[in-house]
Design a protein around this ligand. Sequence first.
Ligand SMILES: CC(C)(COP(=O)(O)OP(=O)(O)OC[C@H]1O[C@@H](n2cnc3c(N)ncnc32)[C@H](O)[C@@H]1OP(=O)(O)O)[C@@H](O)C(=O)NCCC(=O)NCCS
Length: 237
Amino acid sequence: MCIYWFEQSESDVPFGDEWLSGSERARLDTLRVPKRRADWRLGRWTAKCGVAGYLHLPGDPEALAAVEVRPAISGAPEIFLHGEPAPVALSLSHSRGTGLCTIAPASAEVGCDLEAIEPRSPAFRSDYFTSEELDLIERTPPSDRDRMVTLLWSAKESTLKALRCGLRSDTRAVNASPQDFLQAPDEEWHRLCAGHIGGRTFDGWWRDSDGLIRTVVFLLNACGPAARQCSESPRTH
Ligand SMILES: CC(C)(COP(=O)(O)OP(=O)(O)OC[C@H]1O[C@@H](n2cnc3c(N)ncnc32)[C@H](O)[C@@H]1OP(=O)(O)O)[C@@H](O)C(=O)NCCC(=O)NCCS
């Protein structure tokens, strides 16, 4: 069993809306702010193309319109195919004109996040990070601290998305620890893990490219030993 990731940029999104379902077009009509509309369309496009690739479906507009991304009450995306729940778990993120989705079998819990590397204040750190994470930031060379803070924040968001609560939860409920951090950005995926205060530990990956940090976390539930072998880096298709 594998975790897949898929990225698209704003320029990949078609001008027209034929690839959206009727209810998705109705939802788009309610979004008035141009940036939110663009982000929403980019997220839907990325998710639909990712699911179509994962399930080996055609990629024409009609086929993509049959793949619906519906928000649960929590806001977490759920995938429907011809109106029926599809056998996939999906997480979605969009930032700075890039969309990222992560796809896994429905039995998995997955979360992903894209975050631009930028400075964040000391107050932000002390409000949102655990003492272990603050230690890690303190031990990071100053020139790399914004990158570390962004990575830890992204890993927390991914984990809280996998748990389907998002930022309604206290971000200190998640303790993130990335590996290989001091390596220069190299487009490769590196491991991380994220422990939740409830006792569960998510495996994950992170990658730094074009000033954007990507994180992916997952828990493979109800799977036998074969599923654990999925801890190779996430695949794209
Ligand atoms: C989910 C959340 C962490 C997203 O963070 P973000 O950095 O703003 O946005 P991202 O692009 O990374 O992710 C957005 C996607 O997360 C997904 N998402 C939203 N709520 C989610 C949840 N509870 N669980 C999992 N995924 C969720 C959606 O697919 C959303 O994209 P869409 O709205 O276009 O469908 C954040 O918006 C959140 O927690 N929202 C709910 C609570 C809230 O509104 N708090 C006020 C802000 S503190």
